[in-house]
Design a protein around this ligand. Structure first.
Ligand code: UD1
Length: 437
């Protein structure tokens, strides 16, 4: 397995190109199942999770074509679901990526049936999908859980319903938005997620002919249509990647311009950076990040659904605050068990105590390089951030977690002066055997 080696202490200076958002791209790819026409998605990031979704759609019968290579941003992915011949999303693919469940709403809406493996447990908590299933049942689907699979079918078309989510869920809102777009009648989604990625999906569906009102509010109304068409759509900028590089710039006392980043997608994050003494300002090309107020100050953060502070930025902010002056209190309200980076940061000299859903971070004068283990996507990038500021060398193991969500991470950071390199694993040794004579 690949490792990443980082020698800390170099202030980041320069520019970094922000990619299209993974969490917007995945549901947009699933939306291609809603039409027999071609959907062309531009500004596509090139990541392990995107490849997984591409493989999933391909085995359903979707024809995919990527223009541009893996080295450049702004690629275009064309998807055409004219010849869907398989309505099953198999365990091998769904288990590696929960977002695979986003094919269920589109399959049911367009083909009247779908069989999707249950995603199962996940490193950052149990993450059930009950909200998705209950809402689809309200729309007339018959759902059974058998042999580890969700078996869903509907006689005729899905029907519009009045859905009131008891909890805000990004994935459930997206699944129902897609299902409702082709349903018969009007669907109201109450307590809907308002994340920019949900809005991006809704805007793409509108471009495809869907009738959607209330985008960006907690009540979305969808009037179903009989048919959606294809078209071209550009994926929004990745606000989490933007925040991650902002934390990396700040922890090294650097000055970095994030090209293509958009401030309006991340007000809560920008406010917390400002409170900690990190200025994020708009430039004609994106955002500029620099420390303006001496050392980083300790601050309190609570993760919340959008427009609150995103859970996907919690680990990165914790790494930054581990070298702040003073103490910080971080409270995670979205996922249980999302502090797996804490023992690893502690190995690097961070002073963090977890009490239930809250973590007390006491700023340490310095971090020291160590061998650490990546456990999930955001946890692993928090180790990269800590390593950029640490004295000496850090080796991060299990970097495949990073490859799920960060495109060309080493290249983007080393372009700003970071001493970072990937150590590619050699093929395992095999014993030479000789055939018996
Ligand atoms: C999405 C993001 C993920 C982000 C998360 C929260 C994608 C591909 N992933 O994940 O990066 O961390 O939003 O912003 O976009 N829940 C239920 N029942 C359900 C569904 C969710 O109880 O049926 C709970 C979850 O366990 C969690 C909370 O609701 O506690 C929010 O989860 P949700 O918003 O659904 O996250 P995802 O869509 O999986």
């Amino acid at each position: 397995m690949d490792k990443i080696k980082i020698t800390g202490g170099v202030p980041l200076r320069g520019t970094i190109q922000i990619s299209g958002a993974k969490n917007a791209a995945l549901p947009l790819m699933a939306a291609s199942l809603l039409t027999e026409d071609t959907l062309a998605l531009s500004n596509m990031p090139y990541l392990a999770d995107i490849v997984t979704m591409a493989n999933l759609l391909a085995q359903h019968g979707v024809a995919l074509n990527m223009q541009g290579d893996g080295k450049k941003t702004g690629r275009i992915l064309s998807l055409c679901a004219a010849d869907v011949n398989n309505l099953t999303a198999p365990y091998e693919l769904v288990r590696t990526m929960r977002a695979s469940v986003l094919v269920l709403g589109p399959l049911l809406a367009r083909f009247g049936a779908g069989k999707v493996s249950l995603p199962g447990g996940c490193a950052i908590g149990t993450r059930p999908i009950d909200l998705h299933l209950k809402a689809l049942e309200q729309m007339g689907a018959h759902i059974e859980l058998r042999d580890g699979y969700i078996h869903a079918e509907v006689a005729g078309r899905l029907r519009g319903a009045n859905i009131q989510f008891e909890k805000i869920s990004v994935g459930a809102t997206e699944n129902i938005l897609m299902a409702a777009s082709l349903a018969e009648g009007v669907t109201t989604i109450g307590n809907a997620a308002r994340e920019p990625e949900v809005c991006d999906l809704a805007h793409c569906l509108q471009m495809m002919g869907a009738k959607i009102e209330g985008i960006g509010t907690d009540t979305i109304t969808v009037t179903g249509v009989e048919r959606l068409h294809g078209g071209n759509y550009a994926v929004i900028a990745n606000r989490i990647e933007t925040g991650t590089f902002a934390a990396a710039a700040a922890i090294t006392g650097g000055d970095v311009e994030l090209i293509g980043a958009r401030i309006e997608l991340m007000q809560a994050v920008v406010e917390k950076f400002a409170e900690a003494g990190v200025a994020i300002s708009e430039t004609p090309r994106g955002l500029r990040v620099r420390c303006v107020d001496g050392p980083i100050h300790g601050i309190d953060i609570m993760t919340q659904a959008y427009p609150g502070f995103p859970t996907d930025m919690q680990a990165q902010m914790m790494a930054l605050l581990s070298v702040a002056q003073g103490a910080s209190m971080i409270t995670e309200t979205i996922f249980e068990n999302r502090y797996m980076h804490v023992p690893e940061l502690t190995r690097m000299g961070a002073k963090i105590n977890v009490h239930g859903a809250s973590a007390m971070v006491r700023g340490a004068p310095e971090l020291r390089g160590a061998e650490v283990m990546a456990t999930d996507l955001r946890a692993s990038v928090s180790l990269v951030i800590a390593a950029l500021a640490a004295q000496g060398e850090t080796i991060i193991h299990r970097v495949y977690h990073l490859d799920r969500g960060y495109e060309r991470l080493e290249e983007k950071l080393s372009g700003c002066g970071a001493l970072i390199e990937r150590i590619t694993a050699r093929a395992p040794l095999t014993l030479a055997t000789s055939e018996a004579a």
